[in-house]
Design a protein around this ligand. Structure first.
Ligand SMILES: Nc1ncnc2c1ncn2[C@@H]1O[C@H](COP(=O)(O)OP(=O)(O)OP(=O)(O)O)[C@@H](O)[C@H]1O
Length: 257
């Protein structure tokens, strides 16, 4: 499914405290592709991610899933559409409930109305297997796992809901370098296997180039440049993109496989 933002403006606060965080942002993530979103801290990347999944309501503009407006939906229709777009965020510490066993957390994602791990044992085991965790992980609590394993659990939880679109917001920035690659490769494999559409947000330009087909560059709440990764990384046209790329510590060329 294609996920798109159309002229989305998000304002936090009211009156004299109003602060426009996204100004008239339009972008599309075509079916089955990965769009990377880069930009410095505070540029509005997470706000756009939240708007895309319906956690933040735009002041104006629309979020569209295959042409259907998500931002205006309510009730059961909104719940159904939200399942199709799953978000994975930076810190599984805060996104996984520490008091909930992993099996139940996955069961809740499978069916919020009947969230028992036993009722969904098969699907829970399948979800854990997808991210290379043993089925007995279902009986344990998040704190019993390493950071990389918790992020795998977060990926499994997103995928058992059988989404069409994943919004991944800085999913590796809390992880050690060696574990980062493992989690990224896992997600990249699953994305291809399941034919998912993905918005991949990271401040790490090298990581974005590695996983994305195209990239959009955000600066002060606006998209200043977008295009296929090779074009943007090798021949940036906007001065901000040039600065951003110039300040990146090391940017290996994209691997071809
Ligand atoms: N709930 C909120 N209420 C008010 N202001 C907010 C809120 N969330 C974010 N902001 C502000 O909106 C701006 C954009 O924040 P956002 O988190 O979207 O940026 P970001 O590019 O994702 O940054 P980072 O990479 O540091 O997460 C910042 O100035 C931030 O302080």
């Amino acid at each position: 499914m294609t996920l798109a933002a159309e002229n989305v403006t998000v304002v936090y606060g009211h009156g004299r405290r109003a602060h426009t965080v996204l100004g008239d942002v339009s972008l599309a993530v075509p079916q089955g592709t990965t769009l990377g979103l880069v930009g410095e801290s505070g540029s509005g990347k997470s706000t756009l991610a939240k708007a895309m999944v319906g956690l933040v309501r735009p002041r104006s503009g629309r979020i569209l899933l295959d042409g259907e407006e998500v931002s205006g939906l309510r009730g059961a229709r909104l719940t159904a559409v939200r399942r199709r777009i799953q978000m994975i965020s930076q810190d599984p510490h805060s996104s996984l409930d520490p008091r909930m066993r992993v099996g139940r957390a996955l069961a809740e994602a499978i069916d919020p109305r009947r969230a028992s791990a036993r009722a969904h044992a098969g699907a829970v085991a399948e979800g854990l297997e997808m991210v290379s965790l043993d089925p007995d992980a279902a009986d344990r609590y998040p704190h019993e796992f390493s950071g990389g394993q918790r992020q795998r659990i977060a990926i499994a939880r997103a995928l058992v809901a059988r989404p069409d679109v994943i919004v991944a917001d800085e999913i590796t920035s809390a992880l050690d370098c060696s574990v980062q690659a493992e989690v990224l490769n896992l997600l990249a494999d699953l994305r291809v296997r399941l034919g998912l559409t993905m918005l991949f947000i990271s401040h790490d330009l090298a990581v974005v180039r590695h996983v994305s087909d195209a990239v959009a560059v955000m600066h002060h709440g606006k998209i200043v440049e977008r295009g296929p990764c090779d074009r943007v990384y090798d021949a940036p046209t906007h001065p901000y993109t040039r600065r951003l790329l110039g300040s990146a510590p090391s940017l290996p060329p994209k691997e071809t496989s």
